[in-house]
Structures are given as structure tokens and as C-alpha cells.
Write a protein that binds this ligand. Structure first.
Ligand code: NAD
Length: 512
């Protein structure tokens, strides 16, 4: 669970340092939090750089935002979906125009390197075009009736006001996976972004404002989980909660939502494995492992934090991987030469270093490279950790079981294919997995037997595309999928319609 890593500051101190102060977006207007408090958003590559101040909102602000969304809902649900889609298409155009500036801000507030934040923004653009296209589909079904002169069909219906809670690692992509399908389906929303990335969501919401979206359809409230997120989850007007974040917080939210009878969709943690078989293209597998483990400094729900390697190739693979890892350039994400940026905040830094310590001491794994905080030169004021590889890790080791969410990966030896699948499936999560092999039969067996929502062959565990469903099994999710048309299953209800044109009373199932 993320704790408030960014301190609340008084208005007096805020003025002295002068970075911009941002506002919540409620009923189409930019407003301060009711208590007037703000929190500072720091650049994790250099914590002396304050990106901005954001409303430290509480239940009162949530109340106002939910009221705005509730007021907008009856009109918005009657806007035809192709018209709703036109706003979404315009949002996509605005994001394209502002892609560079948005990506720059995103790197500054959460650290990942610029080429990755460009990818994050691109994902929201892709999502906007995909969802906008669906405005002219949003298919239901027509079907037969058991009675003569009776017509039967299904349509998608809006749900109402949705509460959206998002994490910091994909600051605009994940909000886009939620806001866009939600409003296409005729819902109105209140989004509470992660406290580490309010600027990216502010910029996203600015695009809705510029696109002319009617007031109240999308509302933004910034703040911490306990003070702004929790009142959103429990608010009686909220009909659906869509959450992406840690499994620990997701379970709390699921319990609260169940207690109030709300629909709840959860996307949570992962402990993803790349399986490398003895017939794999090792160059390709190493390249995939480096990108899978250290992209976004390992802070991806789909990060490859386990590398399950066949005993016949483990020595060579390990040597190649360590060489490649040691050559990675760690540095500020805004420097085009950097390949791995900082972790997002002090809590994350401590958490990752703690797991590295567990790996060394409790798990007795072999530390092959990395394992330390980096503080030299440019890195002195940031949260940088050297990309870390552990070797000879037991499948049940803590670092092979728990989500670390940092630039740390564990090489686990396996005897054969069956052993690899058993190890891969032997964790509490089930988001993504991959296998490197040149044997087509093994590839298909792996696709069948890996217990995950997403599975790759000869590619790393990351690389999702917006028009396919995204999500996981076991501790990762609760049966929903974002992305693809499957997202509409979350954000709409099915309504079943019968039209009897016989002119008389007909009774289904009753024969006499
Ligand atoms: P987190 O669970 O700490 O926070 C996520 C969001 O929940 C934040 O907006 C936070 O403010 C809010 N929150 C915290 N406590 C709350 C409460 N009691 N009530 C309501 N809201 C609350 O997660 P994080 O540190 O922001 O993100 C990292 C986690 O997210 C990792 O576990 C990662 O695997 C997961 N994640 C999963 C996916 C996926 O699709 N499966 C994608 C990205 C990240």
C-alpha cells in the first residue's frame, strides 16, 4: 500500500518555492480542495525539483465530484454512443498534438525514461481511437424467441457514476483504459489518480475539457488513498469501482464494494515469469529478459521478475544476462542516453532495497550484479537503484514469490519443461508469462498450461496492445479484463428486451 510519500505543505511555503499549483476538475471547473491544502509532487530523479502542488482532497471534495457526475449522468446516458465517441476521438487528436509535452511531464513526475512515457501517452491515443471506433458498434445481440410473433434482443446499458482509482506506473495509459470505455458506455466518472502522478491525469483531463466534453462527465480529484480514494469507494452514489494497484489495497476495496453491493473490477499485482528452454534463441531471450525485467525500472505489473531457465543453458544465459544488465545506463529519464530511470519515491526505494537484502540474507540467493542504491554525480538526489540480478534462486524464495516492483530479477533453474511450468505457476499471482523456445509443440503446451491472463511466445512478459483484453487470474484480478471490447463488460450492464407483436398474452414456458 502506498503511504503518503509526498508531504502536505502550507500555502506560505508553497508560494516561496513557486512551482505551479493545480486544481481538481469538478462540474467542468478547476477548483481547489475545500480545505485549501495541497501536497507537493517531486521529481524522483532529483527530489529538489518540485513538479507542482496538487489538491490534498478529502471526502468533501469527493462529495462534490460525485454530485457533479450524478447530475451529468441523466443527460450523458442519452447522448448517442457515436456522438460520445466523437468527444473521445477529439481527445485522441489533442493527445497526439501534446504527446511530447505530456510525456516530458510524465517522466518528470514519475521517472521512467522518455521513450517509455511516449509509449504510455501513445497507449492512451491508441485507446482513444479504438474506443471511439466502438461508438458505432457497441454491439448487442438479436436472437430468436420460443414464441411466435415475439422479438428478443440485448443492448448495453450504462451503469451510473463510476469511481476510478489508478496507480502511478502507467499514469495516463491506465486512466485511459478506464475513463474512455466508461464514458463511451454512457457512464459519468470521478477519477482519483495516484498521489505520485497527478500531473499526467491533470493533462489527460485537460484534453477532455478542450474536446468540449459536457461538464460533470469526467471529474478529477487528487489526493491520497486513505483520505480521497476510500471515500470514493464507499460513496453511496458510486455504482461501480474500477481499481488498478496493489493486491493489498485491491482486497480492501473489494471488501468495501461487496459490502455496499457495488460492481467492482480489480487489476492488481503480478509475479511474472519468462521461461527459457534449452532450444531457445538465447540472444533473443536475454534481450527480452532485460526489457521485461528492467523496463520502467521493473515497476510494471507485467515485469519479468522471474527467469526460469533450463539447466542446460543456464550458465550461458546467466553470463549473457549479467553482461547486458551491467551495461545498462541508469540515469534521469529526461536524459536521452538513460535506459533505466529512478524508482518512483522513497517508499519504493526502501521497499526494493529491503527485498534485495532479503534475497541476500534470508533467501541466500547469489547476488550477480547490482544490489545497491546509486548516488554518484547526477544521481545524488534521486531514487536510483542498480539493475539487480540474483542467481540460483529457489522457487519458494521470498524474492521469487512476492512482487518487488523494482529493477530486480531472479534466475531460477529448472530441470525440464514440466518443471518450468510447475515453477511458473507456483505463485499467488497470474498476470503475464512468456516462453522462449523453438519447439512449436512446447510453445502451444505452454500457452495452454501457464496460469496467467496473458501469455507470450518468444517475446517478454510486457507488450500489451489496447484492442486485446488485459488482466490476470489468481491474486492478480477478480475476473474482469480491461482493454479490448471485453472492457465494455465492466462498464455496462446487459439489458434484455422482448417485443411481443402477437397482440395477445403469450406465456413463456407455460404450455397449458
Ligand atoms: P497502490 O495499491 O498503493 O495504490 C493504487 C491506488 O489506490 C492509488 O491511487 C492510491 O492512492 C489508491 N489507494 C490506496 N489506498 C487506498 C484505499 N484504502 N482506498 C482507496 N484507494 C486507495 O498501488 P501503487 O503503488 O500505486 O501501484 C503499484 C501496484 O499496482 C503494483 O502492485 C502493480 O502490480 C499494480 N498494477 C497492476 C496493474 C494491472 O493491470 N494488473 C497495472 C499497473 C499496476
Amino acid at each position: 500500500m502506498s503511504t503518503p510519500a509526498k508531504k502536505t505543505v502550507t500555502n506560505a511555503r508553497k508560494k516561496a518555492t513557486a512551482p505551479p499549483t493545480y486544481a481538481n476538475y469538478i462540474q467542468g471547473a478547476w477548483v481547489a480542495s475545500k480545505n485549501g491544502e495541497v501536497f507537493a509532487n517531486h521529481n524522483p530523479a532529483d527530489t529538489r525539483d518540485i513538479v507542482g502542488y496538487f489538491p490534498h482532497s478529502t471526502a468533501e471534495d469527493i462529495e462534490a465530484a460525485v454530485a457533479a457526475a450524478a447530475e451529468a449522468y441523466p443527460r450523458w446516458r442519452l447522448v448517442p454512443p457515436p456522438k460520445r465517441a466523437e468527444y473521445i476521438f477529439r481527445v485522441g487528436e489533442i493527445l497526439i498534438r501534446d504527446k511530447e509535452a505530456i510525456s516530458h511531464d510524465m517522466t518528470r513526475e514519475m521517472g521512467k525514461v522518455l521513450k517509455e512515457t511516449r509509449g504510455d501517452t501513445q497507449e492512451a491515443i491508441d485507446m482513444a481511437y479504438f474506443v471511439a471506433g466502438e461508438g458505432r458498434r457497441l454491439y448487442g445481440q438479436t436472437t430468436t424467441s420460443e414464441l411466435a410473433n415475439k422479438f428478443a434482443m440485448t443492448v448495453r446499458d450504462a451503469i451510473g457514476v463510476c469511481g476510478l482509482i489508478t496507480p502511478w506506473n502507467f499514469p495516463i495509459a491506465i486512466p485511459s483504459w478506464k475513463i474512455l470505455p466508461a464514458i463511451l458506455c454512457g457512464n459519468t466518472v470521478v477519477i482519483k489518480p495516484a498521489e505520485d502522478t497527478p500531473l499526467s491525469v491533470y493533462r489527460f483531463v485537460k484534453a477532455f475539457e478542450e474536446a468540449g466534453l459536457p461538464p460533470g462527465v469526467v471529474n478529477l480529484v487528487t489526493g491520497y488513498g486513505e483520505t480521497a480514494g476510500a471515500p470514493l469507494v464507499t460513496h453511496p452514489t458510486i455504482r461501480l469501482v474500477s481499481f488498478t494497484g496493489s493486491t493489498q489495497v485491491g482486497r480492501i476495496i473489494a471488501t468495501q464494494a461487496a459490502d455496499k453491493g457495488k460492481k467492482c473490477s480489480l487489476e492488481m499485482g503480478g509475479k511474472n515469469a519468462i521461461v527459457v528452454m534449452d532450444d531457445a534463441n538465447l540472444e533473443l531471450a536475454v534481450e527480452g529478459a532485460v526489457w521485461g525485467a528492467f523496463g520502467t525500472a521493473g515497476q510494471r505489473c507485467t515485469a519479468a521478475s522471474r527467469l526460469i531457465v533450463h539447466k542446460k543453458v543456464i550458465k550461458k544465459f546467466t553470463q549473457m544476462l549479467v553482461e547486458r544488465t551491467q551495461a545498462l545506463r541508469v540515469g534521469p529519464g529526461l536524459d536521452p542516453a538513460s535506459e533505466v530511470g529512478p524508482v518512483v519515491n522513497q517508499d519504493q526505494l526502501e521497499r526494493v532495497l529491503h527485498y534485495i537484502d532479503i534475497g541476500r540474507t534470508r533467501d541466500k540467493a547469489k547476488l550477480l550484479c547490482g544490489g545497491t542504491r546509486l548516488t554518484e554525480g547526477d544521481l545524488a538526489h534521486g531514487y536510483f537503484i542498480a539493475p539487480t540480478v540474483f542467481g540460483d534462486v529457489a522457487p519458494q524464495a521470498v524474492i521469487a514469490q512476492e512482487e518487488i516492483f523494482g529493477p530486480v530479477t531472479a534466475i531460477i533453474p529448472c530441470q525440464d519443461f514440466e518443471d518450468a511450468i510447475t515453477i511458473a505457476n507456483g505463485v499467488g499471482y497470474g498476470l503475464s508469462a512468456s516462453i522462449y523456445t523453438s519447439d512449436i509443440n512446447r510453445a502451444f503446451q505452454a500457452m495452454r498450461d501457464l496460469e496467467t491472463g496473458i501469455c507470450y511466445v518468444n517475446a517478454p512478459t510486457i507488450g500489451a496492445e489496447v484492442h486485446l483484453p488485459f488482466g490476470g487470474v489468481k491474486g492478480t484480478g477478480n475476473g474482469h479484463r480491461e482493454g479490448g471490447v471485453q472492457a465494455f463488460e465492466i462498464f455496462s450492464e446487459w439489458k434484455t428486451l422482448y417485443v411481443d407483436f402477437s397482440g395477445r398474452l403469450q406465456k413463456a414456458q407455460i404450455t397449458d
